[in-house]
Ligand binder design. Structure first.
Ligand code: HEC
Length: 120
């Protein structure tokens, strides 16, 4: 009986809170990730695509960049954004990205996603 309760309580907590996917989606736009990686996370010109990629890879990369260890020419652009993320936010964002299932027609249209989105 005890075991059942221990399994059940965390499940209830998960159901009450917004899903990690939804939190990640919100963060993706709130943190401006869409400005470079595109509204559908499909990447725009030099910015890598993020949607559908393995969660473990995305977590690894974000934590690496957060600790300023990108060591590519493009990394300095990404580092400040990674540094603004907590572990919880990285978890939510990477759940959203790896599990990506938005109903959008704009998937992978690299040409138009870096205009008019607030990027300078
Ligand atoms: C100013 C533009 C810009 C913004 C805004 C930005 N990124 Fe990036 N991001 C980059 C660039 C450039 C790279 C490539 C870095 C490299 O190659 O080392 C990158 C790389 C990444 C990678 C690694 C992908 C790979 O293929 O290695 C992840 C994951 C990522 N960004 C997630 C995010 C998230 C999540 C946000 C929002 C919090 C965000 N980015 C905001 C420019 C940006």
């Amino acid at each position: 009986m005890r075991k059942i309760i221990f399994l059940f309580l965390p499940m209830m907590a998960l159901m009450a809170a917004p899903s990690a996917y939804d939190q990640g989606k919100k963060l993706y736009f709130a943190k401006g990730c869409n400005g470079c990686h595109g509204v559908s996370a499909g990447g725009t010109n030099i910015y890598p695509a993020l949607a559908y990629r393995r969660k473990a890879f995305l977590v690894y990369r974000l934590k690496q960049l957060r600790s300023k260890q990108g060591n590519t020419q493009l990394a300095p652009m990404m580092i400040p954004f990674a540094m603004a993320l907590t572990d919880t936010q990285i978890d939510a964002l990477t759940t959203f990205l790896s599990d990506y299932h938005e109903n959008t027609k704009e998937k992978y249209t690299p040409d138009d996603s870096n205009t008019g989105d607030g990027s300078s």
